[in-house]
Design a protein around this ligand. Sequence first.
Ligand code: HEC
Length: 134
Amino acid sequence: MQRKSGRLLLASGLLAALVGAAPAWAQAEADAASVARGKRLFMRCAACHEAVAGSKLVKTGPNLHGLFGRSAGALPGYQFSTDLKAAGFVWDEAKLDAWLVKPTALAPNTTMAFVGMTDAAERKALVAFLRSLK
Ligand code: HEC
């Protein structure tokens, strides 16, 4: 009797682990798809931005590799607008999302001339892609 209930417990534990793991796989897959979509969407930024670790190539805009956790307008070697330098925030998901909607909402006189992205899913994918670059 004792052994039987033990086995039952083990079986239900395994089942719980499997059921618990399934959404994690699904989530990882969704994240990977989002990053891949964001990478494609980055074509819209690539005319002005690189996203390459340590690159010193100066395009119209700054290198966006390692953006998350960095202060706005602070990448050494790039000549930012005084407005973005003075903005005084650190890049995170919410800030980048807002920036993609309308850069001038965060820095009124920014030199990034950009038609905002109205599609929230596109912004989310781009955020996921840039966040994946560490
Ligand atoms: C036409 C050129 C151009 C395009 C296209 C463009 N940017 Fe920019 N971007 C700039 C410039 C110029 C700056 C510097 C702004 C300043 O100093 O005020 C900038 C700044 C930024 C910054 C601030 C970086 C920092 O270190 O503070 C982010 C983030 C950014 N761009 C993201 C993007 C993303 C994502 C896209 C594509 C959806 C994009 N940009 C498209 C020109 C562009």
